[in-house]
Design a protein around this ligand. Structure first.
Ligand code: ZN
Length: 645
């Protein structure tokens, strides 16, 4: 059996679990479940990072001993995962004696071979980061993360000869395009490596800090946090002698957030090289969840606790949202409204309805057994082919951590299947005994499509997928390779309708008046009301003439790109039928590449306006629901430039 090893970062116990931690861990859990569906022998590791001065200070603030403090917070992390259906195989704590022994063994080895040396260091030290910063990293003389001025301190310390491995690292990254993904982070690291790499300070004098792993060769010092923390990825595998190490290290992959890119992309591979080990295979770097366009942080008081979300929405909804809403590698916005909207529309409406309609029809029209399909029509075949194609796309995207794309491919089939019900009209077929074979084929096609959809959902929404599999009579049939074929459902087998997948959640009444919802909203940033001709008259009604003044047309997006320095705006090139540029405030909802080829509805006779230096000729219509924007579309292909009236 092929092995697969994936880790989350070990989380620093100076704060309780928040949404960012939950995201890294949901991602890792989903990927591990996916790899298991592919038949791999998977090892999934997480844990807590428990040394360093920040933790000593946090314990002092909490007026408990440091040991009590780390035990308490570490336990909170451990307890945070089961409610999210996250099931790690190992949970490493850096205060575990076994981990500490591994760190000391490595330090001694690297010291003995001459890659650790003693020297004087003077530098700018940020207490928040627990590291020395270079002048270049400062913004206006301050640490960009903590917005405080670092202190100039000078002390004797031990250093790891990281610079010695710089050329090797550049070469390794260049030869292995997937070593750091997505590519933007690989580029960031390569660009950082253009400057000479400094050696890494790996110790703290015990006069300043005692809460750490003592250096085996000098008891006046403890290990500086990265040379301790990163080693968890090995100590969790019983390095150096353990069988697990031999089995899983050659296939190691890490998931991290972008704030710890440098330690993982530079310190860690050079440390491994110095130890004489192969580096990890892939480093997967994700962005931040923002609230109202600011980073989530304790000091800003806008921290979202995963436990609260699970209590309100259920584990599967939260997992689905996190994986669907963020495009892995980029930042994304979080709001409960957006989560609610996805829950109600994607889960309750699209998936929930497809499932319950299909099973209810099998119950009513086929006595709750899988019917024997007849000859498929072109329409039946089309859905079957789309469902099989979905599996391929899903795998391709999940292999590259493109969760939002994998899920978009699944939801595309869900939407097709819902339309298929409407167009095949099984409730009409059942009235005519002549159409019995056709009805059976339609129901069979729906059940098989649902079975394949279920297969893709096991890693994403384990509880929901288990419910669906149970109802379809395929519980436990989860192998993507064996079960990812058409026609596995055995006619005559019983199905069990009745399970409701998702409750519809009520939107709390906010200060926004209700009628605002689902109304077509204007785009982009311009907050002005429509042109004078369209000004609402008495009782909010406009005349037909006023409407006629608004020139709505179908346009095809032929190119889309981000606008530099704006995280909201995209520059679209559309054919309507003449080519024109439109700036749309949809960058947080659509990736440029998913827009090309779409037909949307535009306001064609809007006065041109300049946005971030780009002239916009018109406006793309989109529906707004909470914080979510969904582009307008026509229900079938029409000529570009067709008038909408
Ligand atoms: Zn800092």
């Amino acid at each position: 059996m092929t092995a697969y090893y994936l880790t989350t970062p070990i989380f620093y116990v100076n704060a309780q679990p928040h949404l960012g931690h939950a995201y890294s861990t949901v991602v890792a859990d989903a990927v591990c479940r996916y790899q298991r569906l592919l038949g791999k022998d998977v090892r999934f590791q997480t844990g807590t990072d428990e040394h360093g001065d920040k933790i000593v200070h946090a314990a002092e603030d909490a007026e408990v001993s440091v040991k009590e403090y780390v035990d308490k917070i570490s336990a909170m992390f451990k307890a945070a995962w089961p409610p999210l259906a996250i099931v790690p195989d190992t949970f490493v704590r850096t205060t575990d004696p076994a981990h500490m022994a591994v760190v000391q063994g490595i330090l001694q080895q690297v010291y003995d071979q001459g890659d650790i040396y003693f020297s004087e260091y003077t530098g700018l030290y940020c207490k928040g980061c627990e590291q020395f910063l270079t002048e270049k990293e400062l913004v206006d003389g301050k640490c960009p993360d903590h917005l405080t001025e670092p202190a100039k301190i000078s002390e004797q310390n031990y250093f790891f000869r990281m610079s010695k491995y710089q050329e090797w690292l550049i070469d390794h990254i260049s030869k292995h395009p997937e070593f750091i993904t997505p590519e933007r982070y690989r580029n960031e690291v390569l660009s950082f490596l253009k400057e000479p790499l400094e050696d890494l300070c790996i110790s703290r004098p015990t006069t300043r800090l005692t809460w750490g792993i003592p250096l085996p060769f000098d008891s006046r010092f403890v290990t500086y946090v990265w040379f301790d923390a990163l080693i968890n990825y090995l100590s969790g595998l019983d390095y150096p002698a353990g069988e697990d190490f031999a089995r899983y290290w050659p296939v190691a992959e890490h998931v991290i957030a972008k704030d710890i890119l440098k330690p993982h992309a530079i310190y860690w591979p050079t440390m491994l090289k110095a130890m004489g080990l192969e580096p990890y295979q892939r480093l997967h770097v994700h962005g931040y969840w923002n609230m109202n366009e600011t980073k989530m942080s304790k000091s800003l008081g806008n921290v979202v606790r995963p436990g609260e979300l699970v209590a309100e929405f259920g584990a599967d909804s939260v997992r689905y949202f996190l994986l669907r809403e963020m495009s892995f590698g980029l930042d994304a916005g979080f709001s409960k409204e957006a989560l609610m909207a996805r829950h109600n529309s994607d889960l309750t409406n699209d998936l929930g309805n497809l499932f319950s309609r299909s099973l209810t029809m099998v119950k009513n029209f086929a006595a709750s057994v899988v019917p024997q399909p007849g000859m498929p029509s072109a329409q039946d075949q089309e859905l079957a082919e789309a469902a099989l194609a979905m599996l391929g796309q899903y795998r391709e995207h999940l292999d590259h951590f493109a969760f939002h794309r994998a899920l978009a491919a699944v939801w595309e089939v869900i939407s097709r299947a819902n339309k298929y019900i409407v167009s095949t009209q099984p409730w009409e077929l059942v009235k005519d005994p002549q159409q019995a074979a056709q009805l059976s084929t339609v129901l069979y096609t729906l059940l098989e499509t649902l079975r394949l959809i279920t297969l893709t959902l096991h890693p994403i929404m384990p509880e929901t997928a288990a419910k669906m599999a149970e109802a379809l009579g395929v519980a436990g049939e989860t192998s993507l390779t064996d079960c990812g074929v058409w026609g596995r459902l055995v006619p005559g087998r019983a199905i069990t309708p009745g399970a409701q997948l998702f409750p519809r959640l009520q939107q709390e009444v906010k200060d926004k008046p209700q009628p605002q919802k689902n109304k077509t909203m204007k785009e982009p940033a311009s907050e002005k009301t429509p042109s004078p001709e369209a000004t609402p008259e008495a009782e909010g009604l406009i005349s037909f003439d006023a409407f006629q003044n608004l020139e709505l047309r179908v346009a095809e997006i032929v190119a889309a790109e981000k606008i530099a320095k704006s995280d909201r705006l995209l520059k679209l090139t559309v054919k309507a039928p003449e080519e024109r540029t439109i700036v749309a405030g949809i960058a947080q909802h659509y990736q440029p590449e998913e827009l090309v080829g779409r037909q949307v509805i535009i306001v064609a006779n809007l006065k041109p306006a300049k946005l971030m230096g780009v002239a916009s000729h018109g406006m793309v219509l989109a529906a707004k629901e909470g914080d979510r924007l969904v582009l307008s579309a026509v229900s079938g292909p029409v000529a570009n430039g067709s008038r909408v009236a």
